[in-house]
Design a protein around this ligand. Structure first.
Ligand SMILES: Nc1ncnc2c1ncn2[C@@H]1O[C@H](COP(=O)(O)OP(=O)(O)OP(=O)(O)O)[C@@H](O)[C@H]1O
Ligand SMILES: [Mg+2]
Length: 312
């Protein structure tokens, strides 16, 4: 099970949008994906059509009351995509756990004790816009980090702090942690500003910068109000195309095949069959050779020194 923290303490940069649509993109490729809403705002919970005010079991129960993860997992309207919802009670967790020893490792331990862990290919953590105990739990439980970033002048502000926290977690609590990529989101390629800032981000992050670009797309902003991923809400939109491309690039980065081997076995059409389902027929899916080399596991403590992105 690959565990991915989608994190940036800056607000409104595309973390939740990326978590839901990367998750849905992976689910479409036959991977079984669990989304964890780590944010008291519960935007992800709403995005996958759940009602935070009606949820009786949320991530708070896991973090504060040790309710096992298996009791919190819910299906979504997307096949292969599951969620552990959040609600506003998560806001009190920082305070409740303030004096608890080992508070940063609660989530990791819960995942280790999760009996269905091996059935899930991915767990994605949608982090809140802060670097408190919730984000710390995600970083300690994760093996890869995705950092969504807006192409704006102030975007790089705060990045040093985030990298410092990641480095500290690597050193003290989770040597496995690697930065998979920085993902430019809400890009307006018509403006020189975006282009200039992208150049700056590139100079700063080099090989960590994803090749994919998530453009500004109104369909992505609409999708949460329909409780749908972009692939269900507007499959022909640029938003769907961009997240589809990113899902493919991401799988390459972490050395996973473009389609889940499990799905390939289940869905392989008979040799003489004229039909193939939409996933198998997805000509846009980039292919990764089955023997693709996985990213090297833990290395240096300096995030900048990591070659996390195999695809550059
Ligand atoms: N590429 C995009 N094009 C247009 N709108 C977008 C795009 N990505 C995200 N949005 C919208 O921008 C807003 C912020 O995005 P999102 O909620 O994903 O950011 P976030 O980083 O999770 O925010 P927070 O820090 O509050 O958790 C949302 O209304 C979302 O629908
Ligand atoms: Mg969010």
């Amino acid at each position: 099970m690959k565990r991915i923290a989608v994190i940036n303490q800056k607000g409104g940069v595309g973390k939740t949008t990326t978590t839901v649509n990367l998750g849905a993109g992976l689910a479409r490729r036959g991977y079984k994906v669990l989304l964890l809403d780590m944010d008291p705002q519960a935007n992800l919970t709403v995005h996958v059509d759940k009602r935070p005010d009606l949820e009786s079991n949320t991530l708070t129960n896991l973090l504060v009351e040790d309710v096992p993860l298996k009791d919190l997992v819910q299906p979504t309207t997307t096949a292969n995509l599951f969620v552990v919802p959040s609600d506003t009670s998560l806001a009190g967790v920082e305070q409740v756990l303030a004096n608890r020893i080992g508070r940063e490792t609660i989530l990791r331990e819960a995942l280790e004790a999760f009996p269905a862990a091996k059935d899930f290919d991915f767990v994605l953590f949608d982090c809140p816009p802060s670097l408190g105990v919730l984000s710390a739990n995600a970083l300690v439980a994760a093996d890869h980090v995705v950092i969504p970033m807006q192409a704006e002048y102030l975007s790089l502000q705060g990045m040093a702090k985030l990298l410092e926290v990641i480095q500290l977690v690597q050193k003290r609590l989770n040597p496995q942690l690697q930065i998979a990529c920085v993902l430019p989101c809400m890009l307006d390629s018509r403006t020189n500003l975006s282009t200039e800032v992208l150049r700056e981000i590139d100079a700063h992050f080099g090989s960590m910068l994803a090749k994919s670009r998530i453009r500004n797309n109104v369909k992505l902003a609409e999708a949460p109000s329909f409780g749908r991923s972009i692939f269900e809400h507007a499959p022909d939109s640029n938003g769907a195309r961009d997240y589809e491309a990113f899902a493919g690039e991401f799988l390459g980065m972490i050395g996973m095949p473009a389609q889940s081997p499990r799905a390939a076995v289940a869905e392989a059409p008979a040799a003489d069959s004229p039909t193939a389902d939409s996933q198998a027929a997805d000509a846009t899916a980039p292919t990764v050779p089955p023997n693709a080399t996985p990213v090297a596991e833990p290395h240096g403590e300096t995030p900048g020194a990591q070659e996390a992105s195999a695809s550059g």
